[in-house]
Structures are given as C-alpha cells and as structure tokens.
Unconditional design. Sequence first.
Length: 345
Amino acid sequence: MNIKLTEFSHGGGCGCKISPSVLSEILSTMPGRIIPKDLMVGIESSDDAAVYRLNAAQAIVATTDFFMPIVDDPFDFGRIAATNAISDIYAMGAQPILALAIVGMPIDKLPVEVIQGILKGGESVCAAAGIPIGGGHSIDSVEPIYGLVVLGLVHPDHVKRNDGAKAGDALILGKGLGIGVMSAALKKGLLSEEGYRQMVASTTQLNTPGSALANMPGVHALTDVTGFGLLGHLLETCSGSKLSAQIEFDSLPLLPVAEELAKQGHAPGAAARNWASYGHKVALPAAMQDWQKNLLCDPQTSGGLLVACAQEDVESVLEIFNQQGFSFASMIGSLHAGEPLVVVK
C-alpha cells in the first residue's frame, strides 16, 4: 500500500502552528497567575520552554512540540518531529535528559507498520541525542500527529532566554532557511530528490550547539526559528529585549533548492499568515521581491538556532557551529537601541 502521509494533514510541520496574532488574541484573556519564585521562565516572553529552578546548581527545562506530517516517509516524519521537539531544550542552553511520546493516529486509515515507522524514527533521534523515550500518550485522531514532551537540565546561571539581547549584539543563524517553501513544493510533487535530501538533512540535525553556547557569557539571547519564521522569532527577541534589529538579506543562509523554488513562486500559506500578523513591525526595502519576503516569513520546521551575542564573540560562536557540522551558520545582522522592529537591508 502506497501511503502518502501529507495527504492526511491540512498543514504540515511547524506550518500548522496558530499564527502569532491569533495566538496572542487567544491568550489575551488568560487570568492572572501566581508565579512561583523558582519558575525562571514561563509564558511571559514567548520563550521556547519553561524553566524551573530545582536547586542552586540545577534547573529543569520542559517543553512539548507536535505536528502533522511534513513528509510522506513515516521514518523521516518521526525523525523530523522528534528533532524539532528536542530543539527547544537546546534553545534554552540545556541538555536533554528524557522524552515522552505524543501520538495521535487515524487508526482506521494507517497500517500499523506505518505508525511503527513514525515511532521508530522518533526513537532513532532520541537515541542520537542520548535520551530515552520513557513513555507517552496515544489517541485515535483524524489526522496523524506525532511529537514529544522533552525534559532537560541546565545550571540556573546558564539559562539562555530569548529576551536577554543587548544593544550592539550580533545576530547569528545556525541553519539555512526555506523548509516551508520546500514542504509546499513537496505536497505538489515538485520537490526534487536533491531538495528532499536538503530538507531532511536540515530538519533532522539536532541543535546541539545550544548546550555549548550556554557556557558563553557573551551569548545574551538564544531561541530557535520555527513556525513564525525568522522575522517572527526575531521580533520576539526584539520585543522582550526592547531593541530593534537590522538584518542583511544577502547574508541570510538559504537552502539552495529552497531559494530556486521560492523564486518560482512556491510558498506555504503560513508565510502569508505570518506576514499578516507582524508585517507592520518590519521595514523592507522598496526593491524587495515577494519570494524574498516569503523566505523571511517562511515557517521553519526544526529550524536553526538564532543567537544574539557580543560582537567580540562572533567568531567563537561560529566556530562552535562549524565544529558540530552546521555549515550554513552565518552572521545575519545586529541589534540596536530603538523600538521593537526589524529593518531588512
């Protein structure tokens, strides 16, 4: 039986996240909460994970992430979803220690071996990260859903939030952009073998540099770029840090096949939703073309780490990425005093 997993999902990967503006509206009526003194990171800064101090030397980091298929191959889907979930731990500067599986499958439509393939893919990534899957929960659902709850540990003094950037910081992006564009082409049957290879290689690369960056005082803020696109997650850092950003489009690392597909007009619907949510906070050059704007808003699944660091630490940060096999890692811009917005050059 030839099963195409993407045919079962209305939106794949992080492209199925609720748009930033709608999510903000949903959360706007949440009642006030009593915040425990040891809750170091909660929902206040839209950060990647929650952090709770256990003692003077340990804080636990907790996150969850799950989505519908972004690719048709069951094993690859499991790998991508697991890598994406674990990334939130690395984005806080922590080391993952344990995962729980989240499984929702249309049992009447998918053969058991397909579901087994998804779970094996997730298991393989957790093994690569050195953590066990200690349990989980499963339901019979209309669309295939897979992901993880992940726990990690970090020293309280080494937690890297997304809102600690400083004026003058350099911005470094760890992976190439374009996963959403490639997934849109894949659903239309227009992604080449080389494009698929690039897509899977990027989305299954664990963001392990995050743990090393935690030990660098010059790294002031850290997050990962996922469903809200580069601009959306950069704006979260700008807003939390009360800074403005300037980025150079020509300095952005782009996955080669994604760039060509974007120029041909391929773009996921979530890119337009993202722009509608935060475009008023972005200044684009008059000559910027639609394909370029789409890549700036492109929802990344298991995207790269976005680092704000002191200028004198740029080479050291890039060396960490390069030593761990992140060949696309690049300095893309800088942060400055001013209103929370992004200026693209």
